[in-house]
Design a protein around this ligand. Structure first.
Ligand SMILES: [Zn+2]
Ligand SMILES: [Zn+2]
Length: 280
C-alpha cells in the first residue's frame, strides 16, 4: 500500500482547498506522509493563465507559513499519539527556468524545504499546458517531445531539485502522437539518454495519477517511459498531483499495481532534503 502523497496543491495558486482541508483528506485516507508542493512564483516574462492573478510571492509566503504551522502542530501531536497523523512535509513544485538560475536558487534557499520537485512546464517560453497541438504537424510535435526531454536532462544536470515531476507532461494534449513517437527508434534513444542522465543525477522520478485527470487520461509516465526508467534502476516517488480534497491519494492502488509491473517495490520520500525509502 502506498502511504505517501507528496505532490499536491492548495488554493494558494489554482487548487480548490486550503492547507488544512487537504491535510484532513490525507488523515482520512490514512497516509503516513503528506507533502505539500505548491507552484513557485514565476520569473518575469513567464506566465501561466492557470495560476492566480496578483502577487504570487505574497501568496507563496502565506502558503509556507500555513504548512509550517501545521507541520509543527502535527509533530507535537504525534509525540504522544497512539495513532499518529500523517507527517507533514514542506515542498514546492519549482518551474525549471534555466535562464534564471539565481531566481531558482533564491527560492530554494529562502525556506526550510523537505524536498524540491523540479518541473518542466515550459520548454523555453512555450507553456506546454497552453500548447496549441492542433496547429503543429507530427514532425513538429516529435521535435517538441525531444526538446522537452532535453530540458529534463538540463534540469537533472543542474541537480538542485530532488524529484522530476510528471516526466512526460508533454503528452497531455497529444497522447496519440506521443504514443506513436514512443514506438520510434529516435524516442528510445532519447529516453535511454535521458534516463542515464537522471540516474547519474541521483534524482527520483515521479509516478503520478495526476495525468488521469488531464486530457491524456493516463498515468505519468507512459508504460514505455516507465519500462526504460526501471531498466536504468531510477528510484521513484508517488503522487496524485491533486488540486482538491477529492483526489488526495487518488487511484493509489492502481498506481501501486502499475509500478509493481516494472519491478518496483520501494518509493522515496524526502525529509529535510534526504531521501527515505519506503516499501509499498
Ligand atoms: Zn506540474
Ligand atoms: Zn503539480
Amino acid at each position: 500500500m502506498i502511504t505517501a502523497d507528496i505532490h499536491t496543491h492548495t488554493h494558494y495558486f489554482h487548487g480548490k482547498n486550503t492547507v488544512r482541508e487537504m491535510y484532513q483528506s490525507a488523515v482520512e485516507k490514512k497516509l503516513s506522509y503528506y507533502g505539500f508542493s505548491e507552484h513557485t512564483p514565476l520569473p518575469e516574462g513567464f506566465s501561466c493563465l492557470l495560476y492566480r492573478e496578483g502577487d504570487m510571492n505574497a501568496a507563496f509566503d502565506d502558503y509556507i507559513r500555513d504548512v509550517l504551522e501545521l507541520k509543527a502542530e502535527v509533530e507535537e501531536y504525534n509525540k504522544n499519539a497512539e495513532h499518529k497523523n500523517p507527517q507533514v512535509l514542506l515542498g514546492m513544485e519549482l518551474d525549471f527556468t534555466p535562464a534564471y538560475p539565481d531566481y531558482m536558487e533564491n527560492i530554494i534557499n529562502r525556506y526550510p524545504f523537505d524536498y524540491i520537485i523540479g518541473t518542466v512546464h515550459f520548454v523555453e517560453k512555450q507553456n506546454i499546458g497552453l500548447w496549441d497541438t492542433g496547429k503543429a504537424s507530427q514532425k513538429e510535435k516529435f521535435q517538441f517531445f525531444e526538446d522537452y526531454y532535453a530540458f529534463i536532462c538540463q534540469m537533472a544536470k543542474w541537480g538542485r531539485a530532488d524529484i522530476i515531476a510528471h516526466p512526460d507532461f508533454v503528452k497531455i494534449h497529444c497522447i496519440e502522437d506521443f504514443h506513436t513517437w514512443l514506438q520510434t527508434a529516435q524516442a528510445l534513444e532519447c529516453l535511454h539518454e535521458t534516463c542515464k542522465i537522471i540516474k547519474n543525477s541521483g534524482m527520483v522520478l515521479e509516478v503520478s495519477t495526476g495525468g488521469l485527470n488531464k486530457a491524456c487520461k493516463e498515468i505519468h509516465p507512459s508504460p514505455k517511459v516507465m519500462e526504460i526508467a526501471a531498466e536504468h534502476k531510477i528510484p521513484i516517488s508517488f503522487a496524485s498531483d491533486t488540486h482538491n480534497i477529492k483526489n488526495v491519494a487518488n487511484a493509489f492502488d492502481d498506481l501501486a499495481d502499475f509500478a509493481r509491473k516494472y519491478g518496483y517495490k520501494e518509493h522515496t520520500v524526502f525529509i529535510n532534503r534526504k531521501p527515505v525509502a519506503l516499501t509499498f
